[in-house]
Write a protein that binds this ligand. Structure first.
Ligand code: NAD
Length: 366
């Protein structure tokens, strides 16, 4: 479905709060600076459990509507990610519109940091696609409301390896549920997107003896990693016709949509990308009906937020990894709950997260 078709009558009537992806967000901040060329949007979805923590994505969006849609979806996802993970954090996210390779510079980062600072801690940033630990160090020059700062600067470093570890745990749990064993040896696994998280995940599953297929839009990276991990490369949309044991989306969101869901021949889906389901209610239900074991993205990719939260809570790297390892148990519980109540795994995880938020809100108000 294109955004044009989505912005129908409702959007004409309520162009702001009637947004397709608007879901009770508390605050949306548009940041504009002519000197640096910064155009960014910060989305604060919910702060019931704590300050809204979530990364900043720099991406060359096709339109500003796409950027707004992305930040609304991503910030909402963070609310449920932190809630199900048991963290006292709300949900927020930011997007910077532009090509990170060509348009990112220190002045732009500092200016963005000033906007983050103006929110006085309601929103705390970190890395996402297109951002690096070094960028967080620059942002830190102008605001304390930043995590994912380099270890030499007192931070917890790049969260991606911890995210990858959590995804690996979630994948093993999903395999245990679907195949009766959590061993990935001999399993045919496609990793779509071999960036920061994807590469570390490829390493884990290669070490365990999986048959790994990789896909990315960056062909140089594919060549490099194919040699490094002896992985097979499949380009473009041909991936959706492959016979797989496990499909691991680790690029951008909405790769499970009306088109691909008809094609997918996989038994398990477990990946790092945020918002993998284009329509979370409909597509999660179809996956369940098709017998595909879907490990909810916002549950299994929480390693990164666990790691950056250590900068605020003061726990160690070992504790971050231990908390992340627990994703294995939670994922298994979600599969059981989904069977018991005949609901999708997404719905099962979402309900637990929403209950925690509702309970906290009630306690705060009483
Ligand atoms: P990254 O930018 O390092 O890697 C993304 C990779 O995906 C790149 O190699 C890029 O070329 C590739 N890609 C982009 N579009 C693609 C497409 N259409 N088809 C195939 N490949 C494509 O990002 P990352 O930090 O590895 O994050 C990956 C995903 O995981 C993102 O959705 C991110 O939001 C999510 N995530 C990341 C973290 C983290 O700690 N980094 C935490 C939680 C969730």
């Amino acid at each position: 479905m294109t955004l044009q078709t989505i912005y129908s009558d409702q959007i004409k009537k309520d162009p702001v709060f009637g947004q397709f992806s608007f879901d009770g967000h508390q605050q949306v901040v548009f940041c504009n600076d002519e000197d640096t060329g910064l155009k960014a949007i910060i989305g604060i979805h919910n702060t019931v459990l704590g300050p809204a923590l979530g990364g900043t994505r720099m991406w060359n969006y096709k339109s500003e509507w796409n950027a707004l849609n992305d930040v609304l979806r991503l910030s909402r996802g963070m609310t449920y990610k932190s809630a199900i993970t048991g963290l006292n954090l709300g949900g927020g996210k930011a997007v910077i519109i532009g090509d990170a390779k060509k348009q990112k510079n220190d002045d732009l980062m500092r200016k963005f940091g000033e906007f983050v600072n103006s929110l006085s801690g309601r929103y705390i940033t970190a890395e996402d696609v297109g951002m690096e630990t070094r960028d967080m160090d620059i942002i830190k020059e102008v605001t304390p409301y930043v995590t994912g700062v380099s270890e030499s600067n007192g931070g917890s470093g790049n969260p991606s390896p911890v995210t990858a570890y959590g995804v690996y745990m979630g994948m093993k749990a999903a395999s245990k549920y679907k195949f009766g064993t959590d061993s990935l040896e001999g399993k045919k696994i496609l990793v779509q997107g071999v960036g920061h998280v994807g590469e570390t995940l490829v390493k884990y599953i290669t070490d365990e003896g999986a048959m790994v297929i990789i896909n990315d839009i960056n062909e140089d990276r594919l060549q490099e990693l194919s040699k490094k991990y002896d992985a097979r490369v499949v380009l473009g949309n041909a991936i959706y016709n492959l016979d797989l044991d496990i499909y691991s989306p680790c690029a951008l969101g909405a790769t499970i949509n009306d088109t691909t869901i008809q094609q997918l021949k996989t038994k398990v889906i477990a990946g790092a990308a945020n918002n993998q389901l284009a329509n979370e209610i409909k597509h999660a239900r179809i996956l369940r009906d098709k017998g595909i074991a879907y490990a909810p993205d916002f549950l299994i990719n929480a390693g990164g937020i666990i790691n950056v939260f250590s900068e605020i809570e003061g726990y160690t790297k070992e504790e971050s990894l231990r908390k992340t390892e627990n994703i294995y148990n939670t994922t298994l519980e979600i599969f059981k709950l989904s069977d018991r109540e005949n609901i999708s795994t997404h719905r099962a995880a979402f309900n637990i997260a929403q209950n925690r938020i509702d309970k906290h809100k009630k306690n705060k108000n009483s």
